[in-house]
Design a protein around this ligand. Structure first.
Ligand code: NAD
Length: 249
């Protein structure tokens, strides 16, 4: 693996688990000093120990606390997220706001905090972990879909403003990835429909995917690593799907 991030600092939100933990490992393997930011302190500590990085225990839903936060990082991976599922008429307003605070407001505030340092150094990489649901909708996921669509817009604006300062900004848009977030969804759906988890996978999650398996977290992280490297320097403002062909339909 190339050490293209030697001497660079990277911050990964939601780095204690799933895609974020894989990104922390990937960026550290490329030479970056990684800060693992997560509300799960023990999980963040474990990943930081593994990659020789630092920990920032932070609840990203507390967005007011981020208003004046200073952030000195060369690579910012906005990844922390969660899912709330309900029909719009039954959606609990505070659940909607929670999803938006963690998945849209916090990324905005972290980009806002990181840009001055990136501009000063003339180099920065912002990777926003969006979703296929940042590009297409799905019923019952109004908060998630709208937050991810907002993240797509934020990412494009950061690309436009940052370009002349050596800063790129991109979205990565996974389909179903084998992480605790998805395993929770599989278990919920299996229970709701009274069918085994394997059937949920085949009938619901993989039914519309061309490649009949889940994406692995390290595959998403590998794309993130490439985007932060020298070959990714002209890749800005766009959205990169990794969904086994799901969105080709
Ligand atoms: P995960 O549940 O494994 O990890 C999410 C991490 O975010 C956890 O470590 C959690 O503690 C952290 N987090 C949650 N709320 C937080 C808060 N308030 N403050 C700080 N940290 C918080 O999930 P994952 O599947 O790895 O998802 C990571 C990202 O990838 C999310 O943005 C998700 O929307 C996106 N994504 C996931 C999938 C998938 O299939 N798993 C698909 C597309 C997009």
């Amino acid at each position: 693996m190339s050490t293209t991030l030697e001497g660079r600092r990277a911050l990964v939100t939601g780095g204690a688990s799933g895609i974020g933990a894989a990104c922390a490992r990937e960026l550290a393997a490329r030479g970056a000093h990684v800060t693992v930011a997560d509300v799960d302190g023990a999980g963040a500590e474990a990943v930081a120990d593994e990659v020789g990085g630092d920990v920032w225990v932070v609840d990203l839903s507390d967005t007011r606390a981020l208003d004046s936060h200073e952030l000195d990082t060369d690579v910012l991976v906005n990844n922390a997220g969660l899912q709330r599922v309900s029909a719009i008429q039954d959606f609990v307003p505070d659940d909607f706001r929670l999803v938006h605070r963690i998945m849209l407001e916090a990324p905005f505030l972290l980009v806002r905090a990181a840009l001055p340092g990136m501009y000063e150094r003339g180099w920065g990489r912002i990777v926003n972990i969006s979703s296929v649901h940042g590009l297409v909708a799905s019923p019952f996921k109004s908060a998630y879909v709208s937050a991810k669509h907002g993240l797509e817009g934020l990412s494009k604006v950061a690309a436009l403003e940052g370009g002349e300062h050596g800063v790129t900004s991109v979205c990565v848009n996974p389909g179903y990835v084998r992480t605790p977030l998805v395993e929770e969804q599989i278990a919920e759906q299996a229970k709701a429909h009274g069918i085994p988890a394997s059937e949920v996978m085949a009938k619901v999650m993989l039914a519309e995917s061309a490649v009949k398996r889940l994406v692995e977290p390290h595959e998403v992280a590998s794309l993130v690593g490439w985007l932060t490297g020298p070959d990714g320097a002209m890749v800005s403002g766009g959205s990169w799907t990794m969904d086994g062909g799901w969105s080709a339909r």
